[in-house]
Design a protein around this ligand. Structure first.
Ligand code: DHK
Length: 148
């Protein structure tokens, strides 16, 4: 293993499976976590997959990652905090490792209040609208970036 990839999920993503399946699909967060663990392993990384409904907890996790050499990259689906959180944005600025933004749906094809992302300016890639596969694409992209 060559370090870990931290995968953060924000508010309401713990409700996947029952939450608006027409938008977010039928997979649970546990299903997505399992896929991510397998994919990270394929590239030689440990997967640290987490979810919180609390903005401050996400900020604390990002701060801790910024001080941990073992964390090689961060993938984040910040949920609704994507569109609101300057605090999360500021914590992501502490990271020196690459960041990928992921969304299950395509926020740009939805309500106007989802069109702003405080994460996107800090991410080298944003993957939207691919459902759970977006997480896998993010891991692949991150692994490729880390080998370059
Ligand atoms: C998830 C959420 O919870 C929303 O607040 C975002 C994102 C979109 C997603 O598609 O994964 O607007």
């Amino acid at each position: 293993m060559t370090g870990s990839i931290l995968i953060l999920n924000g508010p309401n993503l713990n409700m996947l499976g029952t939450r608006e399946p027409g938008i977010y699909g039928a997979s649970t967060l546990a299903d997505i976590g399992k896929l991510c663990t397998e994919s990270c392993k394929k590239f030689g990384y440990l997967c640290d997959f987490r979810q919180s409904n609390h903005e401050g907890e996400l900020v604390t996790w990002v701060q801790a990652a910024s001080q941990t050499a073992d964390v090689k990259g961060v993938i984040i689906n910040a949920g609704a905090y994507t569109h609101t959180s300057v605090a999360l944005h500021d914590s992501l600025r502490l990271l020196s490792c690459p960041i990928v933004e992921v969304h299950l749906s395509n926020p740009m094809a939805r309500e106007g209040f989802r069109h702003t992302s405080y994460v996107a300016p800090l991410a080298f890639a944003s993957i939207c609208g691919l459902g759970p596969q977006g997480y896998i694409v993010a891991i692949e992209g991150l692994a490729k970036k880390l080998t370059n």
